[in-house]
Design a binder for this molecule. Structure first.
Ligand code: AMP
Ligand code: ZN
Length: 112
């Protein structure tokens, strides 16, 4: 499958690794929107949040376990934001589900 994030998880396209385990890979965003901006993905290809189901939702739990581990490792005790963009109007540009982990600045709400 021709998927950018599958290739990054497989190490076929270089990235700056932040965290990895059996289920999850996390790396720095190339266009950071905050002083700390990581992308967290399940290694298994899921195209978007609209395709989460009873078979694959354990992988999303693994993503959020990784969020907590990264937050501890990176000393994000002041807070952070996890964002998922889904579909065209949601602003999704890469068709492999991913979660942005943004931190180290005040994050506006609502996000716009
Ligand atoms: P989204 O717009 O929610 O689909 O997010 C896709 C994100 O992937 C954007 O923030 C991009 O900057 C980021 N991105 C695209 N290509 C790469 C890459 N090769 N390495 C790291 N981040 C990337
Ligand atoms: Zn993929």
């Amino acid at each position: 499958m021709d998927c950018l994030f599958c290739k990054i998880a497989a190490g076929e396209i270089p990235s700056t690794k932040v965290y990895e385990d059996e289920f999850v890979y996390a790396f720095l965003d190339i266009e950071p929107q905050a002083p700390f901006h990581a992308i967290i993905i399940p290694r298994q290809h899921i195209s978007g949040a609209d395709k989460i189901n009873g078979e694959n939702s354990i992988l999303i739990a693994k993503v959020f376990e990784a969020v907590a581990k990264i937050a501890e490792k990176e000393n994000l005790e002041k807070g952070f934001r996890v964002v998922n963009n889904c579909g065209e109007e949601g602003g999704q540009t890469v068709g492999h589900i991913h979660f942005h982990l943004l931190a180290r600045r005040n994050l506006a709400w609502p996000p716009g």
